[in-house]
Design a protein around this ligand. Structure first.
Ligand SMILES: [Zn+2]
Length: 245
């Protein structure tokens, strides 16, 4: 490109005052950015980005009712946040428990997530379940019909919960607007892919919608380890996968 071409958008401005010249240049640049080819490419970029979804790796954790919390930590204990989690309103509490399976094998330091709920639930990986000697179902959070038993041990005592342990299914949090944009709805299943050294496609990822949520996929540590990811990265959304396979 020669000098004349570079200056073509502001030609004939030799005698214009500097402030006016800057104004002309700004308007020229703005006009170029608004032109059709630029708009198309920026839309294309944003739609590509929308198919990359942040990954959250869920380590084993506990949800408790207020009643069970107080049984384990004492009547006067206050449920306290340590740090907020990615989803608005949710937090890691300062409180941890030891979980004990029927073979008396135990895992200490399992964190309770807040806020407190109206059910007691322990989410473990299959590796944890094998170590503890339990056979929990792969299911949705809150579905405890087939859940496995564990004993929870805290500073104020222990509680045996006959149906509390599950392996949480793979799931994808999003708003209803995100779901519409991606062509899915609450209860659908989708596929996602993680790249890197051990690229992996995950199926049966449940779509869960709530307008308070930020878009994020939750995989447990077994799934994340299988794909060789240890830090929170992005996954590629591959679309709906019909009914659960
Ligand atoms: Zn989740």
């Amino acid at each position: 490109m020669n000098t004349n071409e570079q200056c073509s958008c502001v030609k004939g401005t030799a005698s214009v005052p500097q402030e006016e010249l800057i104004d002309i240049i700004v308007k020229s640049v703005h006009a170029v950015l608004q032109s059709e080819p630029h708009r198309e490419s920026s839309n294309r970029e944003s739609s590509q980005q929308s198919f990359r979804i942040p990954l959250g790796i869920s380590n084993r954790h506990i949800h408790l009712t207020s009643k069970t919390f107080h049984q384990l930590f004492g009547d006067k204990a206050e449920f306290e946040s340590m740090r907020p989690l990615y989803q608005p309103g949710e937090f890691a509490s300062i409180h941890t428990l030891t979980i004990v399976g029927p073979k008396l094998r135990s895992i200490p330091g399992v964190r309770i997530l807040g806020p407190l709920r109206n059910y007691d639930q322990v989410e473990v990986s299959l590796t944890d379940a094998i170590f503890l000697g339990i056979d929990p179902p792969v299911t949705n959070s809150g579905n405890l019909k087939e859940a496995a038993p564990l004993t929870l041990v805290g500073p104020n005592g222990s509680v045996y919960l006959e149906k509390c342990a599950i392996v949480a299914n793979r799931h994808l949090h999003m708003t209803t607007a995100d779901a519409a944009r991606l062509g899915v709805k609450e209860g659908d299943y989708c596929m996602v892919r993680i790249g890197g050294e051990k690229p992996t496609v995950f199926e049966n990822v449940l779509i869960r919608t709530n307008d308070n949520w930020k878009i994020q996929i939750h995989l447990d540590t077994d799934d994340a380890n299988a794909a060789n990811v240890r830090v929170e990265t992005f996954v590629e959304f591959l679309g709906r996968s019909g009914n659960r396979i």
